[in-house]
Design a protein. Structure first.
Length: 195
């Protein structure tokens, strides 16, 4: 798989709003980018063809996701669609594979996970010097594997926005952030799961 793609929606400037059709793509990509268990993800033409010929509601999106221990297909269903067990069963039968995860847009956008995902995705292209990566990894190792975001940001050298640098490292999977709560100075930063 290629390095993690960022949708054009993530890379757009704030003066160019996201098109309504791109919102679910953007939300799913941001959520996958922030998830520490996700090693890589991409769009798959084969899965998109399967999705368009399935019973999935219009506006559904799919990604091929590589985790530490397996590869699975994630299908995101837009809000307003019923995720009835019958729809799930029909999608699973249409896909012909066991590694299929079907999620709703509401699940992707739930707070505070989505807010943290958006922050991490926005910081993904922020340049972080290699020395800062080493200093943060060293600090996390000395701290038993995890530390606060404020402590990690204090270890970053040579950047104007040290918090954004730590978020960029989370997007690149060098560190993992706890996005189960709103991101703040006491957010837990840890070493990523072993690959």
């Amino acid at each position: 798989m290629n390095p993690m793609p960022l949708t054009t929606a993530i890379m757009r400037s704030s003066t160019n709003p996201i098109e309504p059709d791109d919102r679910l793509h953007h939300a799913l990509d941001a959520r996958l980018l922030a998830e520490p268990r996700v090693i890589d993800f991409r769009r798959s033409a084969r899965d998109e063809t399967t999705l368009s010929s399935s019973v999935a509601p219009p506006g559904s999106v799919t990604r091929m996701v590589r985790l530490i221990d397996r590869i699975l297909t994630v299908v995101a269903i837009p809000d307003g669609s019923n995720l009835l067990p019958a729809l799930r069963r029909r999608l699973r039968n249409h896909w012909h594979q066991s590694e299929l995860l079907i999620v709703s847009e509401r699940w992707i956008r739930r707070r505070p996970h989505f807010d943290g995902s958006e922050l991490i995705a926005a910081a993904a292209r922020y340049p972080v010097p290699p020395l800062s990566r080493v200093l943060i990894a060293e600090h996390l190792t000395e701290s038993g594997g995890s530390s606060y975001l404020s402590d990690c940001a204090a270890r970053v050298a040579g950047v104007q926005d040290p918090v954004r640098a730590v978020l960029a490292l989370a997007a690149a999977k060098y560190v993992a952030l706890d996005i189960s709560r709103p991101i703040g100075p006491l957010t837990q930063v840890s070493l990523p799961p072993s690959r």
